[in-house]
Structures are given as C-alpha cells and as structure tokens.
Ligand binder design. Structure first.
Ligand code: FAD
Length: 486
C-alpha cells in the first residue's frame, strides 16, 4: 500500500473492518453480506411467496409483504421466504452511495420517488435516512428540462424549488458562501430528498423482516426456476433443493439478466419509441460500471452549510464546461459530479460521490462482484477528475486530492433498453424488479409490489414501467444529459 492518509485505520483494500472474509464458490470470491447473518432460517420445501435477492428491493418487498399479510389478516409473515446466496447487501445495495433524489426527466418516476420517500420517512432512524435535501445544478441548456421536472415533481407531491440566473447564484452562495457559481445557470432544490447509510438501511430492513416473521434464507443460491407448460413458476430451484411456491419476486440487481433468462424473458427485442422510430434487435440488458470514490475531510474543512447544517446532496452537470487537471490538460469536456457527506461510510469525516458510469455492453462478469472485481474498479483518471470537480465548485475543496481515500471502489449494474426500470411480471406469477441501477432511491417499489401481491391490483405508480412499453411505443428516453441516469 502506498503511504496515504488513513485516519480511520481501515483496511484500504477491503474497507469494512468487520465484514467476514469473502468465501469462494468454484474458486471465485463472493461479495459477502454487509451485516452479520448468524440466525438465518433453513430453506422450507414450499412457501406462498418467494422473494429472490436481499438487496434494497428484495428486502423492502419481503418486509412490506409480511407486514401487509399480518396487518390485513390475509396471511402471516412466515408465508414470505427471502432467499439470497450471501445475505443482505451483498450486491449493489451494499456499495451504493445511497443518494435519494428525484432528478428525473422521466415524469412517471416522480411518483415512484414520492412513494419511496414515504418509506424512508416512515422510520428514518432505523433506515439511516438523512433528509438533508438535494441540490442539482445545470447550465442554461438544461433550463427547460428543469422547469418541466420542477412542475412534475410538485404535481407528484414532491415539493422542489427552482432558481435561475442571479437567483440561482444567490441561493447557492446562501448555502455555501465559498461556492463558485460560474456556469451554474439553473438550480433545483428537492426538499424531501437526501441520502441513506447503505449498511444502516440493510440493518433496518433485516430487523423489520425478522420482526414481521419473514423466513430469511441466506447462503442459498438459486439455480433456476421450474416452469409448467404455460410458463408459470412452480418452484424455485436452489443449491439446497427446490422450494415450491405460488408467487415469485426477483430483485437480483446485476444478476437480473440471468434470472430473466431462466424465467423465459427475451435477450433481444425490438423497441418502438414515441416518435415512431423502431430499433430492432436491441439488447435486453446492458451493463454499465460505476465510477465512485471517497475523500477525507481534513482538519478544518467540513461539508456543512453556512448555518452549520449537514449539506444537501449536491449534483452538478455542466455539459459544456471542461474540467482541467493539475498539469493544465483537459480531463473531460464536461462537469458531472455528485457528493454527499459520508462519515458513516468513509470511517472519518468525509464525502462520497462519483461521476457518469461507463457502458460495458450486454455481458459482464458479475462474479466476483463489486469491490472484489479487479476488472471494474474506478479508472486511474477518476481520482484527479473527481477532486478537480470539487475544487472547481468550492474554495474549501481546492487541493483536496491528497485526501482522496485510496481503496477499491466501483460496481456494475444491468440497465434496461431505455435505462428506466422495468417493474413487471415476466411470467404470470414471477414479478421482476429490474431497477436499471436507480434502485437505492426506489425503496418504495417493494411496498407497491407487496400491495399488488396482497390485493391483486397493480398500483398505478407501477403501471408505466411495464415491459410492454417497448412494443407499444411508450418507451422512455427523454433526457438531455450525458448520463443514463436521468
Ligand atoms: C457503486 C454504486 C453506487 C450506487 N449509488 C447509488 C445511489 O447513490 N443511489 C441509488 O439510488 N442507487 C445507487 N446505485 C444503484 C443501486 O445500488 C442499485 O440499483 C440497487 O442497490 C439494486 O438493488 P437490488 O435489490 O435490485 O439488487 P442488489 O443490491 O444487487 O441485490 C441483489 C441480491 O441478489 C442476490 N442474488 C443474485 N443472484 C442470486 C441467486 N442466483 N441466488 C440467490 N441470490 C442471488 C445477490 O447476492 C444480491 O444480494 C449504486 C450502485 C453502485 C454499484
């Protein structure tokens, strides 16, 4: 290890001190759960509901489903079996930055976010949710988009304020007097957004699953699904035998393409856009790898607002503003950066953030996942670029680069054809939550899914995210951004 500042004394290669040493399957290291899982249940032979994947979506679904069954008297919490090959947070959920925001140019997502923030607000302490708000900044070329999404957020019950021109500068300077407002032409301030400590969220959801009686079967690997002649799932096949079931929910993150294929979903499709344009034979899934990192805040430097509060999550995209490195060379022709206070993550006062992910293609090596993968770490240029963006925006972060935390970072995600989630049945009794890597902020999808499973009616918030949209010409894709996430 190079001689780097490490005030937390953490193991910089594998940063979470008390995580178990990764076990191996067929010689490949497995990303472990991010919380201890000593009291897992044995796999039963059958269950009414099987939820596959103990990430944010599987855990939220299992918890809300068990609670709803108990509180409506329609069943018991133990009707729900939650399966994961490792345990809570062993996928993207355990690595995520945990930013919760509603900055989407896809209008129907605003209601998904409203439903999700209601879940975060339900028990912010046990979910580790910090409702600090979210400030996003664009250049003049994004003003029209910001006006539209501000209105859509308000209509969806998710209040936000919009500032342009001199008002935008005044607002930013009021929050952070050392903020450099050049090219910051439009600002959106979402009040209900914030961030969550990802490991805390896993603790909280796991405790709630236990409280409501979910059978938590960790260390059980799904190997496929037994389908009848009509394509319905009769059993989930695992390395510990089959479990027959009535309904399956899959929240498998980066492993979704494998489960989708097992369930009979297509690997290619024709995609019709609202303007009549047809794209034939598109890949069903495209992997992207994320670029993220952490920076210690040295003595005397904080990420607080002028009135001493924890700062809102900050997101800046200046599509026409280049970023220059220490030698004066241009690193990228645009600014794209986000940051949030992350002491719980960094292990000392610090921030976590990243930039635009990089497209990989229809296939990627999902194992080993996350920080364990040599192939998908943040690139060498990322450290300089990320620190340069921080210094461009804040006087306090000029020359912050020596405090970049040298450790493994990154992770991959499976994106849909329009980079917007699919929340839909792939078989008549198998519902897939394919979040297209938007997921940490969409904790409410599990609650909506649970409502659907208990009442039989699909909540209207989920309707726009059907698989049928690609054939029907209601494919999404309205975005004016360098990034696939908005
Ligand atoms: C570096 C990074 C930063 C991110 N930052 C943010 C952010 O700031 N905000 C945000 O909203 N989103 C963020 N995301 C995206 C977000 O983390 C994901 O969209 C979300 O966590 C996916 O949740 P999930 O439940 O679908 O899947 P996962 O969390 O990946 O969980 C899937 C689970 O399924 C299990 N599994 C898979 N296959 C099998 C099998 N065959 N048998 C048994 N178990 C199986 C895995 O072990 C895993 O635990 C980030 C992602 C990454 C990688």
């Amino acid at each position: 290890m190079p001689d780097i500042p490490n005030p937390s004394d953490h193991n910089q290669w594998y940063p979470f001190l008390d995580r178990p040493t990764p076990n191996e399957v067929d010689g490949v290291m497995q990303n472990p759960a991010v919380i201890p899982v000593n009291d897992a249940d044995p796999l039963p032979a059958s269950a009414k509901f099987v939820v596959v994947g103990a990430g944010i979506h599987g855990m939220s679904t299992a918890y809300h489903l068990a609670k709803k069954l108990e509180t409506t008297g329609t069943g018991t919490g133990s009707d729900v079996v939650l399966i994961d090959k490792q345990g809570p947070g062993a996928g993207a959920t355990g690595l995520a930055c945990g930013c919760v925001r509603n900055l989407y140019m896809t209008g129907p997502l605003h209601s998904i976010l409203r439903a999700s923030v209601e879940v975060w607000e339900d028990d912010p302490i046990n979910f580790g949710f910090q409702q600090v708000g979210y400030v996003s900044i664009g250049e003049a070329n994004q003003e029209e988009d910001y006006v539209a999404l501000n209105q859509s957020q308000i209509d969806a019950g998710y209040p936000s304020d919009l500032y342009t021109g001199a008002d935008a500068h005044r607002f930013l300077k009021g929050l952070w007097p050392d903020f450099k407002t050049a090219n910051c032409d439009v600002v959106l301030h979402e009040h209900r957004s914030g961030y969550a400590g990802t490991h805390m969220a896993m603790w909280g959801l796991d405790q709630k699953c236990r409280q409501w009686g979910v059978q938590r079967c960790f260390g059980v690997s799904v190997k496929g699904y037994a389908l009848d002649a009509s394509g319905s799932v009769t059993a989930v096949e695992t390395d510990q035998g089959p479990i027959s079931c009535d309904q399956v929910v899959v929240g498998a993150g980066a492993w979704t393409p494998q489960h989708w294929e097992w369930l009979g979903g297509p690997s290619n499709l024709d995609v019709l856009y609202p303007d009549g344009h047809l794209e034939t034979g598109m890949d069903m899934w495209t992997y992207w790898r994320l670029l993220e990192g952490e920076v210690y805040l040295p003595e005397g430097i904080d990420f607080r607002t002028a009135d001493g509060k924890d700062s809102p999550v900050l997101h800046v995209e200046l599509m026409n503003t280049p970023v220059y490195g220490e030698s004066g060379d241009m690193l990228q022709d645009h600014v794209y950066t986000y940051l949030r206070y992350a002491a719980e993550r960094v292990g000392a006062p610090g921030i976590q953030g990243g930039t635009i992910p990089i497209q990989l293609g229809p296939r990627a090596d999902v194992e080993p996942y996350g920080h364990l993968s040599d192939a998908y770490q943040a690139d060498d240029w990322f450290e300089e670029y990320y620190c340069a963006t921080l210094g461009m925006l804040f006087e306090r972060f000029e020359n912050i680069r020596p405090h970049f935390k040298q450790r493994r970072n990154g992770g991959i995600g499976a994106f849909t054809p329009d980079n917007v989630p699919i929340f839909d049945h792939v078989a008549d009794n198998a519902f897939v939550i394919a979040d297209s890597n938007h997921g940490f902020k969409m904790i409410g999808v599990g609650k909506l899914t649970a409502e659907m499973l208990v009442t039989g009616d699909k909540p209207w918030e989920l309707e726009p995210f059907s698989f049928a949209r690609y054939a029907a010409g209601t494919t999404f894709g309205d975005r004016n951004s360098n990034c696939p996430w908005v």
